[in-house]
Design a protein around this ligand. Sequence first.
Ligand code: 2AM
Length: 189
Amino acid sequence: MRTTESNPDISEGTTRVFFAIWPDDAARKQLAGLAEQLRGEALCVGRKTKAENIHLTLVFVGEVGASKLETLCLAADRIKDSGTSAFDFAVEEIRYWKRNRILYAATGGIPPKLIDLVSALENALSTAGFTLEQRAYKPHITLMRDASCQTLPELAEPIAWQVREWMLVKSEQTSSGPVYTPIRRWPLA
Ligand code: 2AM
């Protein structure tokens, strides 16, 4: 993820956006290290997610026009009154999604506060007129794409961090892979 927050190109065209949480630096380093280790041990081959890009998507929105971007932020502003608060997220499992060829990190038990946050966000966006994917929410952190994996080891210890904010992120495809840039952040108390 870019470290400097830049304004999205709101003058024209559309912006591809999603809501997400970013693991803290230590957790991101551990998750990136894990993918590297699996590759090193020849248990997985594929395109590793850059450490800076490792994230957990809350809601994928897709292409949004300039005028809708502000509406999106206003809708997200409203959820702060719906009782959302900070919570711990612990990666407990590494899994391989054979159909999508994705290696990903997941939690054993989804924190209720994560579900609360995602539900509040989905409700606020639907109320504001955004059409969201109907797929059930499956929290996952993509570690490798186009992956081919063998039997994966169990994690010796969970990789955990405290989720203290969530954000709206702009996604751009570049020749060197996706670039994610935060547009707005919302704190969790
Ligand atoms: P993925 O890692 O499983 O591809 C940015 O693309 C983020 O939004 C990724 O975390 C991606 O999940 C997620 N996402 C969810 N639905 C998506 C879709 N239809 N297209 C692209 N990304 C999607």
